[in-house]
Design a binder for this molecule. Structure first.
Ligand code: M6R
Length: 609
């Protein structure tokens, strides 16, 4: 979703803004712009298209100003266009504003502003309303005008505002959209996300909901909604800027696929003591806590939801506790059976997904205890949860989740195993066997990554399909969902995943000569059944790419192509079988000439409903 950056200091603002915005490109956008206080006026430059378009225009003139705001827009209200892009201004151009989020009552506010001041709106956006509203309340005090404006606004927003008549400050606000402040020496920053500022500082303030921030060159003051000053500890970012760079890879996605052995290793080993017991450091999952729980709800979106499905399998299998898994956008508007005996697990890489956050709040309201599985330290989901189980994937920049998924899987297994051993539903010997196998996962994933020629070749031979089906049984079907999502989101091939046994109840009608079917056949227990399903589609002309455990030569007789994964216990195959599917999708997307890291219409962090 939209990215925002603001700068006040001694550097040329456009340099900092462009640099910061380029680090937020992964969030997804269709236009970019800046507003800079330069030669006693606010100059706005904004264009539809990629950052490069903005950069080209900025090269044509020398904006020397040292205070400014910048924005990458992901269109919600109004088409992607120059005039709908941010920053937006008031009529005279003395106030400029950037906004991430959605103003739900903007129509009402717009009508009221038109009645009061006449129709001076230049765009179709909800955001422009905020600039006019601040202007309406402006009587020489920007901070006061912003406070009055946000009283009237409903919805989600992170905003940054500058004013020609008070050129020594930026005012920023956060409500349900991410906002951080970067702290420098004689310079300060705002941004939607940490990577935008890492080149300049690792000292940050994580801004809370309903807080208003006043930034000058010399300092930063945070106020609460009652206009009282609040103290905030400095958050020190421990990872470096290189972690968010491509480091020689053509795309972030491939870099992140290759970082999976490390992510899996780190996520696992941070939670194991020297005797391989799981250490949860304060996370409330003791025997007494578990005795109070009669149900687990896992709620998430997209890839994180797919990881939640594996979590359900693991918790039910090892800990014998019933689990419901729900997509967050549906959960919110249902009437889920949740009470103080429910453990609610929110899974989110970014920790900023609005649907997940809203579901979490709903669960808390109903009395559930909330444990989140989150990658981004200090994100909204992590802050609003009772307990946090961090994944150690490191920053994930590509829109398509890869290392977030595998580290979420490891986290779900650890949570399930901890519940099982605490409750006594798993024998120590079985536990040891599983942990030993989990510890071998980084090497086994590495083995897949060390030889991807076969996968690339299959992708190169099949990139021109327009439809694909992913099938599997048992835990394999959960990986089929993730493989299918990966393919469609980055290659734009229509793809559908289905439990193999369900094919004959409808979907098999779509299987015809040459139809691509990716069949996961890694489950020993269900293998014969899966083989029959593969034969069913083959009999109707399907082109079958099977994923199987190494050593399974039989499958070569029924599938057109086979991709092997190292042998492992059935319960843990998702950590391995998803990897070739990620690589397959990647090479297909590359062969189709797609923008792998920034697929059209998608955003990394989905901060609107
Ligand atoms: O940041 P989150 O894990 O909450 O994001 C949820 C989904 O938007 C996300 O997993 C999305 O489906 C993936 N980027 C797809 O690869």
């Amino acid at each position: 979703m939209c990215g925002i950056v603001g700068y006040i200091g001694n550097k040329k603002a456009t340099d900092v803004l462009v640099d910061g915005l380029s680090k937020l490109e992964y969030r997804g956008y269709d236009s970019a712009g800046v507003a800079v206080f330069d030669e006693e006026e606010i100059k706005v430059r904004k264009y539809k298209g990629r950052m490069a378009v903005l950069e080209e225009h900025l090269k044509e003139e020398d904006l020397k100003g040292t205070i400014g705001i910048g924005h990458t827009r992901w269109a919600t209200h109004g088409e992607p266009s120059d005039r709908n892009s941010h920053p937006h201004t008031n009529v005279s151009g003395s106030i400029a504003l950037i906004h991430n989020g959605i103003i739900e009552n903007y129509m009402k506010l717009k009508e009221w502003l038109i009645e009061t001041n006449g129709d001076h709106f230049k765009s179709e956006t909800d955001s422009e309303v905020i600039a006019h509203l601040i202007d309406y309340y402006y009587k020489g005090d920007l901070l006061d005008a912003v406070y009055k404006a946000i009283e009237k606004m409903e919805g989600a927003y992170a905003i940054g505002v500058i004013c020609k008549d008070e050129p020594d400050k930026i005012v920023a606000v956060r409500k349900d959209s991410p906002l951080i402040v970067g702290l420098g020496e004689n310079e300060n920053f705002i941004a939607s996300d940490i990577p935008a500022l890492l080149k300049y500082t690792r000292d940050m303030y994580l801004i809370e909901n309903d807080e208003v921030v006043l930034l000058t060159k010399e300092g930063v003051i945070i106020f609460n909604e009652l206009r009282q000053e609040v103290k905030r500890d400095v958050f020190k970012v421990t990872w470096n800027a290189e972690a968010a760079e491509k480091e020689g890879y053509e795309h972030f996605m491939m870099k992140e696929i290759n970082e999976q052995p490390k992510g899996i290793h780190d996520t696992l080993h941070r939670r194991l003591d020297k005797d391989d017991h799981i250490v949860l450091d304060g996370i409330q999952l003791t025997k007494e806590d578990l005795d109070k729980i009669n149900k687990v709800y896992i709620v998430a979106c997209g890839t994180a939801y797919n990881a939640g499905l594996v979590g359900k399998y693991a918790i039910e299998k090892f800990a014998k506790i019933p689990v419901d898994v729900e997509v967050a956008s549906e959960f919110r508007y249902k009437e889920p059976f949740i009470d103080d005996k429910t453990l609610f697990i929110a899974v989110s890489q970014s920790g900023e997904t609005l649907d997940t956050l809203a579901a979490l709040r709903e669960a808390k309201r109903k009395g559930a205890r909330v444990l989140s599985v989150v990658n981004v330290v200090g994100s909204s989901v992590s802050r609003e949860s009772d307990d946090v189980f961090y994944t150690w994937a490191g920053p994930e920049i590509a829109v398509a989740s890869t290392k977030a998924y595998t580290t979420q899987l490891v986290s779900m297994y650890l949570i399930a195993l901890h519940m099982a051993t605490t409750k006594g539903s798993l024998e120590e010997a079985e536990y040891k066997k599983i942990i030993t196998e989990l510890k071998s996962m980084p090497d086994k994933v590495q083995k897949i990554l060390d030889d991807t020629k076969n996968i690339q070749q299959i992708a190169d031979e099949n990139f021109n399909h327009e439809n694909a089906f992913y099938i599997g049984r048992g835990i394999d079907v959960n990986v089929a969902y993730e493989g299918s999502l990966k393919l469609k989101e980055i290659s734009y091939i229509h793809s559908e995943a289905i439990a193999a046994g369900e094919l004959k109840h409808g979907t098999i009608a779509l299987i015809e000569e040459g139809r691509m079917v990716v069949a996961l056949a890694t489950q020993d227990r269900l293998y014969q059944k899966m083989l029959s399903n593969i034969q069913e589609v083959r009999a109707r002309g399907a082109y079958v790419i099977a994923v199987a455990k190494e050593g399974n030569k039989e499958i070569e007789k029924v599938a057109d192509k086979v991709i092997y994964i190292p042998d492992t216990m059935d319960e843990l195959t998702p950590i391995l079988s998803v990897v070739p599917l990620q690589i397959f999708s990647y090479y297909i997307a590359v062969a189709r000439g797609c923008d792998v890291d920034k697929p059209k219409n998608l955003a990394k962090s989905v901060t609107v409903e």
